[in-house]
Design a protein around this ligand. Structure first.
Ligand code: NAD
Ligand code: UDP
Ligand code: UDP
Length: 319
């Protein structure tokens, strides 16, 4: 690519599920990528295929500590994302979101980089309005088991907007809704990975509660396209911008789809619903459609196929 167009881009959490797909995409677009990760939930397996690329650099570092590098753009993704992982060490989860945001914003301020924050639909908590537009302030329990993640991410958003107001930083805040695809962690307890692994093993598929709660699932390639469009959008578009697939499914529907696609003999069983589990969640993506010309293209069944193939291969290697 034209040297003048090549950007030096930092991806924190780059060895994770979303981060590894983002690094791949940025390299394919001709950029110079610095992938930073402390390998808490991410793994070198996710980015091993990129290590031979001279424009890819891997750095072991924890975002809660300062970082001095020279870059043009920062994608701040570092943070455990599944309830099992973020509740393992909740204080560290808050530190990662809050101290991590402060350090990355401080870095962006010093080098005048544009900075993107991977926020989450969890900032809406257990939403009282449906679907959720960006101007909805949310319904979050500040002292529950999910709050280290939810409130950490909310505080990170606050910091992004204060750095913009106080220091005129160019910020981009994406509120990501449930995303799935290859390189999801097989043991992260999230519903898509759980159901697929259970189905492939013909083990019982665990529906928490009665299974009528809903989620909207976005395929990873669609989401990454949204990330890139948001980062490249005009400076006045700070977000927050919802990125997700509005197709809404109950957990029973998801279980049936996974069963059909895997040809599994698994039975569906019910287990207790975790505390503060949101009843329903669906993104309102009108803003992303209008300002980014973005909408997801991959239907659930279409995206489940490569995801199932990924887990099938992984389980064969492990078993
Ligand atoms: P992931 O766990 O696969 O990736 C997170 C990465 O961050 C991992 O590689 C992990 O090792 C790294 N990390 C964690 N703490 C760190 C620290 N202190 N310093 C450096 N690295 C650290 O999760 P993911 O699904 O790829 O999520 C990426 C981002 O997107 C997260 O910020 C998450 O909150 C956000 N997000 C994801 C989803 C989703 O459905 N996947 C939904 C909403 C928001
Ligand atoms: N920081 C960093 N890299 C940089 C510049 C700053 O990690 O290149 C960290 C620094 O440790 C500081 C934080 O970012 O704690 C916030 O920086 P800022 O300049 O906003 O605040 P201050 O240094 O005045 O506390
Ligand atoms: N869930 C389920 N069985 C599982 C794992 C999760 O029924 O084995 C439910 C969970 O209670 C929640 C939904 O699936 O209602 C999505 O859970 P996940 O942890 O994937 O995402 P989040 O709750 O953070 O949206």
């Amino acid at each position: 690519m034209n040297y003048a167009l090549r950007k030096r881009i930092l991806v924190t959490g780059g060895a994770g599920f979303l981060g590894s797909h983002l690094c791949e995409r940025l390299l394919a677009d001709g950029h110079d990528v610095l992938c930073l990760d402390n390998f808490f939930t991410g793994t070198k397996d996710n980015i091993a295929h990129l290590l031979d690329n001279p424009y890819f650099e891997l750095m072991r570092h924890d975002v809660t500590f300062p970082l001095y590098v020279e870059v043009d753009e920062i994608f701040n993704l570092a943070c455990p994302a599944s309830p099992i992982h973020y509740q393992f060490d909740p204080v560290q989860t808050t530190k990662t979101s809050v101290h991590g945001a402060i350090n990355m914003l401080g870095l962006a301020k010093r080098v005048k980089a544009k900075i993107f924050q991977a926020s989450t639909s969890e900032v809406y908590g257990d939403p009282a309005i449906h679907p959720q537009p960006e101007h909805y302030w949310g319904n979050v329990n500040p002292i529950g088991p999910r709050s280290c993640y939810d409130e950490g991410k909310r505080c990170a958003e606050t910091l992004f907007f204060d750095y913009r107001r106080q220091h005129d930083l160019r910020i981009k805040v994406a509120r990501i809704f449930n995303t799935y695809g290859p390189r999801m962690h097989p043991n992260d307890g999230r519903v898509v990975s759980n159901f697929i692994v259970q189905a492939l093993r013909n083990a019982p598929i665990t529906l928490y509660g009665d299974g009528t709660q809903t989620r909207s699932f976005c395929y990873v390639d669609d989401l990454i396209e949204g990330f890139v469009r948001l980062m490249d959008s005009p400076d006045d578009l700070t977000g927050p911008v919802n990125l997700g697939n509005p197709g809404e499914f109950t957990m029973i529907e998801l279980a049936e789809a996974v069963k059909a696609l895997t040809g599994s003999r698994s039975e569906l069983v019910h287990e207790p619903l975790p505390q503060d589990d949101p009843r329903q969640r669906q993104p309102d993506i009108a803003l992303a459609r209008e300002r980014l010309g973005w909408a997801p293209k991959v239907a659930l069944r279409e995206g489940l196929r490569p995801t199932i193939d990924y887990f099938d291969q992984l389980l064969r290697e492990r078993d």
